[in-house]
Ligand binder design. Structure first.
Ligand code: CMP
Length: 152
């Protein structure tokens, strides 16, 4: 089992798309094991987007991500880091394939609705930035035997 950090970004919250987007993860059979509605502070934004802080688009990205609340979640599942990024689609909503979240709901590079960790190291780092260990509610879904075979 893998875990990934997912943020429903301020545009997702403001556009009232949270329910639809959470449904896509639930419909796929993924397991939400932590969730928190919160404001991202400028300090947290700089830690989260450390690799982008020096880029020309960073000031706009910080203003965007701190401009309204986000819904932070930890999602668990087999190969979940790749699976969630496939569900999101390419970074820019203009390039994302139809059928992906960004392809269906976004027409922007910055306002792309959802963030998800891009690898195991980022996932561990980002989950620790947004959640304390006791905020993660691991459980065994009763539906598991109907979602995958025992040897998967
Ligand atoms: P995300 O997956 O959260 O990771 C970094 C974010 O920076 C990305 O989604 C976009 O919202 C944003 N981003 C990436 N590239 C650009 C860009 N060239 N201009 C503006 N925003 C960008």
């Amino acid at each position: 089992m893998e875990r990934t950090l997912v943020l429903l970004k301020p545009d997702c919250v403001q556009r009232r798309l949270m329910g639809k987007i959470i449904s896509r993860f639930e419909d796929k059979g993924l397991n939400i094991i932590a969730a928190k509605f919160m404001h991202v502070t400028p300090d947290l934004a700089k830690q989260h987007y450390a690799e982008h802080v020096e880029k020309p688009f960073y000031p706009g990205l910080e203003a965007f991500i701190t401009g309204a609340p986000v819904m932070a979640m930890v999602i668990e599942g087999l190969e979940v880091i790749r699976v969630v990024r496939d569900i999101l689609g390419a970074t820019s909503g203009l390039k994302a394939a139809a059928g992906t979240i960004r392809g269906d709901f976004s027409s922007s590079r910055q306002m792309n609705l959802v963030h998800a960790s891009d690898g195991p190291e980022a996932s561990a780092r980002e989950i620790a930035l947004y959640f304390k260990p006791d905020e993660i509610c691991e459980y065994e879904p009763t539906l598991t035997p109907w979602l995958k075979a025992g040897d998967e």
